[in-house]
Design a protein around this ligand. Structure first.
Ligand code: HEC
Ligand code: HEC
Ligand code: HEC
Ligand code: HEC
Ligand code: HEC
Length: 306
């Protein structure tokens, strides 16, 4: 019976739903080309691609168009001190998560704690609690509010964000979140509610219940024959799977993050939010921002001996 329970948990991981597979695709179709730069991916929240195929104007009422790709996540000045990630520009709400250990699968041997910084960055959009355009320092002067670092009040967030005027015209007064329901992005981006030509984003809305996702905030075993040993250590001590032996954490290398509890698996262990070329410079990015293609379960077997 215990074995059954573990298997059920495995099936539930990543919520293997419509069209999704661990083979690394097929992806939910996109109008972005998914190569060259983050600008050409869904993480371009200005919703523009070079060919102008994505109709950004349709999206303008629902999020501020800062007309800059990086600013939804980073700022050169006034970055967050509440979430210590590279020049981080996003609001960090106080959110509690249901972590994988609550499933009580008998097979887990490692310690799971709350998601670390290198997961909280992603969750600041993907858990659906915070508007995707809720940042601390909007472009231009006078558009900075340090209270945004830890703002929990949606009213205050909206008041601040409403100070922004979209360059493309239509004003955003709805600052939507990656969540279901009429007041969320899935109000148009889900089956049944799909606006014409909008894509189904249900599987991207991870929520605060992480029990059906690969564990994060989990320490990495060092003496377990079911796991490969890491092969590289960076100058500052981070450990990772060094593919080219240069002791540098390259973006196509799976890594662990030590934020005080020992090296742990976090979202960014497997994903690089800027995209990673699948076959060298100029090639198509791996699907779903993966650091390593999961064709043939290559990503999984970087860590797991199976
Ligand atoms: C009123 C309906 C509506 C709402 C609400 C909405 N969208 Fe959209 N969205 C669309 C439509 C329609 C398109 C397709 C535009 C096109 O065909 O060029 C789109 C396209 C997109 C794309 C580009 C998809 C791709 O890969 O080609 C992204 C990303 C996106 N929306 C994100 C969001 C986010 C994030 C939110 C919440 C902040 C949101 N949308 C809310 C209607 C909506
Ligand atoms: C959707 C959010 C998002 C956007 C947009 C984004 N980044 Fe990042 N960036 C991140 C996250 C998250 C990290 C930390 C990754 C980690 O935990 O290792 C990061 C890290 C970085 C780093 C540190 C080194 C590295 O690659 O991890 C640099 C440099 C960087 N980003 C530059 C940029 C630039 C330049 C742009 C715009 C062209 C940009 N980013 C757009 C989320 C984003
Ligand atoms: C600023 C908000 C934001 C942040 C921060 C962010 N994302 Fe996203 N992400 C989005 C939006 C918006 C989409 C488009 C689909 C949607 O609206 O659900 C998306 C899509 C994705 C997709 C699907 C890509 C595809 O083409 O199929 C993956 C995978 C993903 N994000 C992973 C991550 C990870 C991992 C991190 C952290 C390293 C992260 N995201 C950080 C907003 C964000
Ligand atoms: C152990 C590696 C690993 C970790 C850790 C991980 N992911 Fe993923 N993620 C994947 C793989 C593999 C896929 C592709 C699944 C597919 O093709 O269906 C994926 C897909 C996704 C998608 C696209 C939806 C889907 O299922 O296709 C999103 C969004 C996403 N991950 C976000 C996150 C966030 C946020 C975190 C941290 C809470 C995270 N991931 C942690 C490996 C991982
Ligand atoms: C960065 C390293 C890493 C990668 C990549 C990785 N995992 Fe894991 N995985 C772990 C760790 C660590 C554990 C916890 C092991 C333990 O507690 O004994 C784990 C646990 C699991 C479990 C067991 C959950 C349970 O309830 O016992 C499964 C199943 C699993 N991973 C599947 C996958 C799949 C499928 C992939 C590829 C999509 C993958 N993993 C990629 C590190 C990784």
């Amino acid at each position: 019976m215990a074995r059954m329970r573990a298997l059920v948990a495995v099936g539930a991981m990543f919520g293997l739903a419509a069209g999704a597979s661990w083979a690394g695709g097929p992806e939910v179709p996109t109008k972005f080309t998914n190569n060259t730069s983050i600008t050409e991916t869904r993480h371009n929240l200005t919703q523009r691609d070079n060919a102008g195929q994505v109709d950004a104007i349709q999206m303008d009422p629902y999020r501020n168009d800062y007309a800059e790709v990086c600013v939804y996540c980073h700022t050169p000045h006034g970055a967050s001190s509440a979430l210590v990630a590279p020049l981080w520009n996003r609001t960090r709400k106080s959110t509690s998560y249901q972590t994988y250990d609550l499933l009580n699968t008998v097979t887990i041997t490692q310690t799971i704690t709350t998601p670390g910084v290198n997961s909280l960055t992603c969750l600041s959009c993907h858990d659906g609690t915070t508007a995707v355009d809720s940042i601390i320092n909007m472009p231009g002067s006078g558009n900075y509010d340090p209270a945004q670092e830890t703002q929990n009040d949606d009213g205050a967030i909206n008041t601040f964000l409403n100070g922004w005027t979209n360059p493309s015209g239509t004003e955003a007064v709805n600052h939507l979140k990656l969540q279901a329901g009429a007041t969320g992005c899935l109000g148009c981006h889900a089956p049944g509610t799909l606006a014409s030509s909008a894509q189904d984003f249900t599987i991207f809305a991870i929520g605060t219940d992480l029990r059906n996702d690969h564990p994060v905030g989990i320490t990495f075993p060092t003496t377990n024959p079911d796991f490969n040993l890491t092969t590289g250590t960076s100058a500052r001590g981070d450990i990772f799977f060094d593919l080219d032996g240069d002791s540098r954490m390259d973006k196509n290398e799976v890594r662990l993050y030590d934020t005080g509890e020992g090296p742990e698996v976090e979202c960014a262990s497997c994903h690089d939010p800027h995209g990673v070329e699948s076959a060298g410079s100029g090639s198509q990015f791996n699907p779903t921002f993966l650091r390593v293609s999961n064709v043939g379960s290559g990503l999984c077997m970087t860590c797991h001996v199976k």
